[in-house]
Design a protein around this ligand. Structure first.
Ligand SMILES: [Zn+2]
Ligand SMILES: [Zn+2]
Length: 118
C-alpha cells in the first residue's frame, strides 16, 4: 500500500465529508469518526484510531440502538468489505451534533420486517 491516504492520519481535526460535502468539525472530548450530516465514515482503521486499513470503503450507518449508559450507538457497515463497526452518536454535541432525523430514519429500516430480502 502506498502512503496516499496520509490526509486521514490526522486524528482529531476537522475534515470535509467526501460523501455529502459537509464540513465536519473536530470534537473536544472524543475523536469523531463519522459525518454528522449523512452519518457516513470511512473504513480506515484496523484497530480503533490506527488508520492502517487499506479498505477505504464507505462505512454507512445502518441502524442504531439506545443504551442508558452511552446513549445512542450507531451501527456501521462497510459497503466495500462488509465490516461492521459501532460508534456513539454525537447527537447532543454542543458544537456540531449528529443529524437526529437521519438517525431516526435508521430506526425505521430496523423495525420494519425484512420481507423483501432473500
Ligand atoms: Zn456526510
Ligand atoms: Zn471495508
Amino acid at each position: 500500500m502506498s502512503l496516499e491516504n496520509r490526509k486521514f492520519t490526522h486524528n482529531n481535526e476537522g475534515f470535509s465529508c467526501e460523501y455529502c460535502g459537509a464540513l465536519v468539525l473536530p470534537r473536544r472530548q472524543s475523536c469523531r469518526n463519522h459525518c454528522p450530516s449523512c452519518l457516513s465514515s470511512k473504513h480506515v482503521d484496523l484497530s480503533v484510531g490506527d488508520r492502517a486499513n487499506p479498505c477505504q470503503g464507505q462505512m454507512k450507518a445502518v441502524a442504531f440502538r439506545y443504551t442508558s449508559r452511552k446513549g445512542i450507538i450507531l451501527s456501521f457497515s462497510c459497503l466495500k468489505c462488509g465490516h461492521k463497526a459501532e460508534n456513539i452518536a454525537a447527537y447532543e454535541d454542543p458544537i456540531q451534533s449528529d443529524n437526529f432525523s437521519e438517525i431516526l430514519s435508521l430506526s425505521a429500516s430496523l423495525s420494519s420486517p425484512r420481507l423483501d430480502l432473500p
